[in-house]
Design a protein around this ligand. Structure first.
Ligand code: K7E
Ligand code: CUA
Length: 662
């Protein structure tokens, strides 16, 4: 019995090791001698790079400095954030509207920084909502979510948002194939092969940043996983990895791992644009939300769009090809020249590297291996540049430096492997602690990698930090790649689960950073642009309080005449015109959150008092020496009361005796 259970334990351990990842040796001693010096950013000094890190199931994006690993900001994107009032203030609620109504959470996996000529330009950063399919654009002047676009005909927006060289498009490939939105979705799940379809969406980004869905391409039912746009010579193409070419609808762990090869789907989007122009796209009735935040009104608007253009490859020859890729590909990455496309089969023993030149030749020569759902399949041998042999176990993602090297993350063998594009030779490997998912080199997905570091984003932390109960902070690790050998420099914890991240030189962003909003430009209809505009008005059972905030008081700070059953809207305008002086606003018993109002901005908190009494309000952000004095009272009377609306600051002082010490 004992031996038997021991055997089970050993077998289980082996299985766990191979699937869950193994723990490298020498976890403590792996750090290099001059690491502290290389990551030390002295007090008052700036980091060299901004690092935008996806928050996974936190739905947020966080901003770190490199090489210090210091956290600067958490940008709320798809999830409500009470710290900033995001999704709680009346002005921001519309950002989280979808065709399913208000959806205050999502799962953000991938980051895409805007590019010009294939080089990061520091204007915007995009992120995907994986669960209720959405793409968000964050404005890097304000570090705020400026726009969220829902993706119709999609279910699990994982293969997203990958960006083309001039930010023409961000793409969105659906993870789950499903019955499309304009068809009857009430079908048996085991009719996947007949009724389920995939789509990839091309979301156009105009010069102001505004997004719209230019077109979608309908595909056979598969799972799209990741994507990368071509660059340089492969500009005009996007490569999407996909798994489940078996078209399984249950127990995918086994059933979607049957075939020796799945696919990378190659899309010629220039061709697709021609087909759209030629009227080949079908207009389909769908419904998806398009939410835009205005820095003038300091408010979001949400519209439901009703139509999308869909191209069917059957009617559009020479637009889409499948390229076989070993064993459930995950990452699909293009090198800085655009010639090489690196596939990473999660269960593969090699890393296949494809050649764009060979892909073009195979297309010209019609060197096909039949078709898949009517889409030509290119011959593996005809498009393969070569395979990296014995790289490691469980390759996931690849990034590049400017010297012709690639860096691939290995989940199962828990390491980063450096290899050379020219001869596909493995040059170096370093352990990660533990089970790396994505990795990132600053500028690594672009035509101009900045190099210097590779950062591993790990799934498991185990013994690396002080224990914090059952869940530990997930972690990032910074490695120096300036020499021949990679050197571990630093561990730093992350917010939520980090998937992809992108780093960019700080000077491309910091010079544009916005300091205040000009009060003259404030077009919020509820703004009070000076104390003489502050007032309280009743409209039926709505009370609108137009309040100003400036160090260190609210105007008005005494409000009476509110009755139980009223809804009070506190419209708070921060009159400050000075950098880094937000004011906060909170009222006792409010069941939502605070407001945090930037200089020159107006934000609104809705409050439904639940009882009669006097309720304090106060500023939540320590703004001056007399911040604690920045407070006031709201009186709530019984429903039938005849207390009139009154409001004031500094004019309502009581006359009773002050308590004396006796
Ligand atoms: Cu984490 Cu890009 Cu969702 Cu790989 S994905 S790890
Ligand atoms: Cu305003 Cu504290």
């Amino acid at each position: 019995m004992k031996t038997f259970s021991k055997l089970i334990a050993i077998t289980a351990a082996a299985v766990v090791t191979s699937i869950v990842g193994c723990k490298p040796r020498g976890a403590q001693s792996a750090v290099s001698g001059d690491a502290a010096q290389k990551t030390y950013v002295a007090p008052g000094k700036y980091d060299e790079f901004y690092d935008f890190v996806s928050g996974g199931f936190s739905g947020q994006m966080s901003v770190y400095g490199l090489p210090s690993g210091r956290l600067f900001r958490v940008i709320p994107v798809f999830s409500v954030d009470p710290e900033k009032g995001y999704g709680y203030s009346e002005e921001t609620k519309a950002m989280l509207n979808t065709s399913h109504g208000f959806v205050p959470w999502d799962d953000l996996h991938h980051i895409a920084l805007s590019e010009t000529n294939g080089i990061q330009d520091g204007r915007w950063v995009f992120g995907n909502g994986n669960n209720t399919p959405r793409i968000a654009r964050i404005d890097l002047k304000t570090f705020r979510t400026a726009e969220i676009l829902e993706i119709p005909n999609s279910a699990g927006n994982h293969s997203s948002p990958f960006i083309t060289e001039n930010s023409e498009y961000v793409v969105a490939g659906t993870r789950f194939s499903v019955p499309l939105d304009n068809t009857d979705g009430d079908v048996p799940i085991n009719t996947y092969r007949q009724n389920f379809k995939g789509t990839v969406s091309f979301v156009h980004v105009d010069t102001s940043g505004r997004m719209n869905i230019a077109f979608q391409i309908q595909t056979p039912g598969v799972n799209f996983d990741l994507a990368r746009a071509g660059k340089g010579k492969s500009h005009g193409w996007v490569f999407f990895s996909c798994y489940n070419s078996e078209q399984a609808n249950t127990l995918l762990e086994v059933n979607a791992s049957q075939k020796d090869k799945d696919f990378i789907m190659c899309v010629n989007w220039k061709k697709a644009e021609e087909y759209v122009k030629a009227g080949k796209a079908e207009k389909r009735a769908v419904a998806y939300a398009h939410n835009v935040y205005s820095e003038l009104t300091h408010s979001a608007t949400s519209e439901i769009e009703k139509e999308v253009l869909v191209l069917d490859p059957k009617n559009c020859p020479d637009m889409v090809y499948f390229m076989p890729c070993p064993k459930s590909p995950h990452g699909c990455d293009t090198d800085p020249s655009g010639e090489y496309i690196v596939g990473s089969g999660k269960l593969a023993a090699v890393i296949p590297v494809f050649s764009f030149t060979k892909i073009q030749k195979a297309i010209t020569d019609k060197n096909f291996d039949g078709d898949y759902g009517g889409i030509p399949v290119l011959k593996y041998e005809a498009v393969l540049y070569g395979e990296v042999q014995k790289p490691g176990l469980g390759p996931l993602h690849t990034e590049f430096d400017a010297d012709g090297n690639a860096y691939t993350s290995f989940f199962v063998s828990s390491e980063i492997v450096k290899w050379r594009l020219s001869d596909l030779k493995v040059l170096d490997r370093v352990p990660t602690y533990y089970s790396v998912g994505h990795l990132s080199v600053p500028g690594g997905p672009t035509r101009k990698p900045w190099g210097k570091y590779v950062i591993a984003y790990n799934k498991i932390t185990k013994d690396r930090y002080l224990p914090t109960g059952p869940e530990l902070a997930q972690s990032a690790q910074l490695y120096d790649i300036s020499g021949e050998k990679m050197k571990l420099l630093l561990d730093f914890p992350t917010i939520g689960e980090p998937h992809y991240a992108e780093a960019i030189p700080a000077d491309l962003i910091m010079k544009n950073s916005q300091k205040i909003f000009r009060i003259e430009d404030n077009q919020n209809p509820f703004a009070a642009k000076g104390d003489n505009n502050a007032r309280v008005e009743r409209k039926g059972n709505e009370i609108h309080a137009y309040i100003t905030a400036i160090r260190s008081h609210f105007t008005p700070d005494n409000i009476e005449g509110v009755k139980l059953g009223d809804v009070v809207y506190f419209h708070v305008t921060n009159l400050e015109q000075d950098w880094d002086i937000p004011h906060g606003f909170a009222v006792k018993g409010a069941n939502n959150a605070e407001l945090l109002i930037m200089p020159g901005e107006t934000q609104t908190l809705a409050w439904k008092p639940d009882r009669v009494g006097v309720f304090p309000i106060y500023c939540t952000d320590f703004c001056s020496a007399l911040h604690q004095e920045m407070q006031g009272y709201i009186r709530v009377s019984a429903p039938g009361s005849n207390v009139p609306i009154t409001f004031s600051t500094g004019k309502n002082e009581g006359t009773g005796p002050i308590a004396q010490n006796k």
